[in-house]
Structures are given as C-alpha cells and as structure tokens.
Design a binder for this molecule. Structure first.
Ligand SMILES: Cc1cc2nc3c(=O)[nH]c(=O)nc-3n(C[C@H](O)[C@H](O)[C@H](O)COP(=O)(O)OP(=O)(O)OC[C@H]3O[C@@H](n4cnc5c(N)ncnc54)[C@H](O)[C@@H]3O)c2cc1C
Length: 411
C-alpha cells in the first residue's frame, strides 16, 4: 500500500473487529493487526463460552449503567445499538435470543459462532488481517497519524484505531498496551482497577464450602454500619472468599469504597420473609423434627454443605437434637440465616476481573467520532477507554458500539 491504509486497527477483539468491518463496508482500505495467533480470544470466554452479546434494555438504561461514561456513550449507542448488532449477526447466520433480565445470547450458545460471524464480516469487506503482529507504537508527524511500528516493521496508515482492551485475563492478549501508546501522545490514563471482581474474606471456613452456590439470596455490602450496595440473586463460596453473579454485580460499589474502612458482606438466605416469619418456620421445623439433629432442620433453609458451618458460627454442635436447642440458640440461628456476615480482606487481582475500570480519559476523545482530541487520525474503541458497565451484555455492547462509530467516522 503505497500511501498507506485508510485505517490501521490495533487489536482483534470485538471493538477492533467491528471497527474494521464497518470501515471496510464503507469502502475504506483497512488492516487489522492482532498480536495473538487468533482473533477474539476474550470474546470466546464470554459468559463461560455462551457469550452474552448485548441486552435488550433501552438506551436510557444503558446510559445509566455506564454511569459517568453514560453521556459519552450516547452517540455510539445511537449509531449502533442492540437491534443493529443482532441484525448484523443474523445477516452472518447467527440468530440470537433473549434470556432473563434482557440478556441476549446466540441461539447456538457458542461464542465461536459470534466470532465466526465477525470474521465473515471482515472477510466480506476485504479487511487485511495480520495475526501474530504486535504493535509497539503509533507514529505521528505534526500531530497527524502516519502509521504504526510493529515487531516486523512500519505499516503506514492515515488513521489508527487503538482497540487493545483492558488489563484483565492477560492470557487473552489484553495486557494494557494501548495505555502506553496513548500516553506517549499526552493522553491521560484514568487509574485502572478491577471493576467486576470477586472478594477474599477473613473467614477461612469458606474454603470448606468452596464451589457451593447459594441461590435467591440478598447480598448486602456495608461499611461502618452504612449500606453501600445490595443485590438479589446467586452467590458462590470459593476457596478464597465469595463470588457469583450477585457479588460481581455490586463489586464496583465495593471497589469504590475500598480503603475507606472495613467492608462486610451480609448474606440474607431468606430475603422474602421477615425475621418473625422465619422464626415461625424455624420453630415449626424444630417441633416436627425434635428427635433429629438440628443440622437437619437448618438444611431446609441453606444448602446442606453449609449447615454445619452455619451452626458452628452460632456455637451450636450440629449433632445436637433439635428439641434441645435453646431459645437463645434459635435466636442466633435466625440472625445468621438473615445475615451471615463475611469480612472483606481484599479483592481478587485485576487479571481476574471481568472488566477493567479506568482507562483512556473520555474528556480527551470526541464522543461523536471516537477520534482523539489531541492527535488527528488517532481513534479509540472498546475497553481501553474509561468505560465499563455491569454484567448482562453491557460491556460487549460498549465495545461493538464504540468500534462501529470509529469505523463509521474515519475519513
Ligand atoms: C471471563 C470474561 C467473561 C466476560 N463475559 C462477558 C459477557 O458475557 N458479556 C459482556 O458484555 N462482556 C463480557 N466480558 C467483557 C468483554 O469480554 C470485554 O469487555 C470485551 O472483550 C472488550 O472488547 P475489546 O475489543 O475492547 O478488547 P479485548 O476483547 O480485550 O480485545 C483486545 C485485543 O487487542 C489485542 N492487542 C492488545 N495489544 C495489542 C498490540 N500491542 N498489538 C496488537 N494487538 C493487540 C489483544 O490480543 C486482543 O485480541 C467478559 C470478560 C471476561 C474476562
């Protein structure tokens, strides 16, 4: 290419693939550089390989979900929202369906089908793919992009898109390369942190029940007696502490309050009923199982594996006969069933996060085009930006929407 490509895309994740495809569709000459041997490695991990591509929520709900990045996301969601994404996937043979809470998955329930559709999109629009090609830097002259330096040499281009992702799951290729490239042009990188993450706890007994899911529970995070976040759903004990959808859902709030004092996670096993109603049920169980071990009664309210541990936190021998349990002991059990408490000692490392918080400062990027406000021809899309959403398809939609808008804007 004598005069260089119209667009050089760095990174073959969802954002990079969408941008390349869209620019190609508009007749632009595009090369996509991916440092791995394959594109979309992280995409394949999404929703345990099922790939929650987007959500059917409305634009206002999406904007709210991105919190402070919401206003920035308005133009890209306006240009390419979930309906268009689903149509595009469908045109490449991937039908999607909606599950609970508006979550959208491919009918195949296989992330590979989504990646294959995006690869076809690139192929149809004659995008040049260069795999195992790591970009080291972007070159500019007089504040105009002129191309990129790779491990194999210089590739000229009039526009360059940085779509290198965040910092989580580095084995997928997301190792934060884009931050260094952007900061070499004076871009500000907002402090990065794990935005959707699990927590370690001081209580080591969790290890004994690792892998035990607890369903339909209310998870509440508190600090100095104040509630900082709450979510109803499923949690999971792990060898280090606690994880699971309900915990991940409130993890950003917990992260924001980290370092401001001890954080406790309370589990209400029966959120639908009052302590008084639960006590009535407990008394009933105890009366009808008087000759049996108290463990049998408690197992009606929590998973069986958890019963002995819950009783030990109350100082009650699991083999004690139900009829011998005192009123004081029953009160203690009630307290634990309505609020078993774990003390957060740490968060898991960013490498284990579902999404990276922080990244390229949005104030320095034009939201209507995704172009840098500092360097002409430099664009950004996807998780490398300071954008993150909750679980439920919000992060992939952000990658697809910002990628589409960048590919739609390059001249
Ligand atoms: C386990 C897991 C499950 C998830 N599940 C979901 C889900 O179901 N739904 C959802 O919405 N979100 C989910 N996410 C989040 C979602 O996967 C990411 O937000 C999304 O992949 C970000 O896309 P991206 O294109 O910006 O970056 P990435 O997908 O990280 O892609 C970046 C690409 O750039 C390449 N690259 C990096 N540096 C260079 C370089 N110097 N030169 C060349 N190439 C480079 C990388 O190798 C990589 O291929 C999940 C994340 C994880 C970790």
């Amino acid at each position: 290419m004598v005069n260089g490509y119209d667009l050089v895309v760095i990174g073959g994740g969802p954002a990079g693939m969408m941008a390349a495809g869209r620019a190609g569709e508009r007749g632009k000459s595009v090369i996509l550089l991916e440092k791995n041997a394959d594109l979309g490695k992280k995409l394949l991990l999404c929703a345990s390989g099922r790939c929650n591509v987007t959500n059917t929520a409305s634009i206002p709900v999406f904007l709210n979900a991105y919190e402070k990045a919401g206003p920035f996301m308005r133009p890209s969601l306006g240009a390419f929202f979930h309906e268009k994404l689903r149509l595009l996937l469908s045109s490449y043979g991937v039908e999607t369906f909606e599950e609970s809470k508006g979550r959208v998955y491919p009918k195949s329930q296989r992330a590979e089908s989504v990646r294959d559709a995006l690869l076809s999109y690139l192929d149809v629009h004659r995008i040049t793919l260069k795999k195992k090609s790591r970009v080291l830097s972007v070159r500019a002259e007089n504040k105009e992009v002129i191309g990129v330096e790779t491990e194999d040499g210089f590739i000229p281009g009039r526009n360059v898109l940085i779509a290198t992702g965040g910092l989580s799951y580095p084995s997928t290729g997301s190792t934060g390369d884009g931050y260094g490239i952007a900061s070499s042009f004076g871009h500000t990188i907002c402090t990065t942190y794990p935005a959707i993450i699990a927590f370690e706890t001081e209580e080591t007994w969790v290890k004994q029940v690792q892998g035990t899911p607890i369903k339909n529970v209310q998870i509440t995070a508190c600090q100095q007696g104040n509630k900082i976040a709450q979510h109803f759903g499923e949690a999971l004990f792990t060898h280090y502490g606690i994880s699971g959808p309900a915990v991940l859902s409130i993890s950003k709030r917990i992260m924001e309050n980290f370092g401001n004092g001890v954080i406790r996670i309370r589990i209400d096993f029966k959120p639908g009923i009052t302590p008084g109603e639960l006590d009535t049920l407990l008394v009933k169980k105890i009366n009808s199982n008087g000759g049996k071990a108290i463990k049998t009664c408690i197992s009606h309210f929590v998973p069986e594996r958890l019963s002995p541990l819950l009783l030990s936190t109350c100082g009650i021998d699991e083999k004690k006969k139900a009829s011998q349990v005192t009123a004081k002991e029953r009160k203690k059990m009630l307290e634990q069933l309505k609020g078993l408490t774990l003390t957060v000692s740490s968060h898991r490392p960013i490498e284990e996060a579902i999404v990276t918080g922080g990244g390229i400062d949005l104030n320095e990027v034009e939201s209507r085009t995704m172009e840098s406000k500092l360097i002409n021809g430099l664009y950004f899309a996807g998780e490398v930006l300071d954008i993150d959403g909750p679980t439920g398809g919000y992060n992939l939609q952000a990658a697809f929407s910002t990628g589409f808008l960048a590919g739609n804007s390059v001249c």
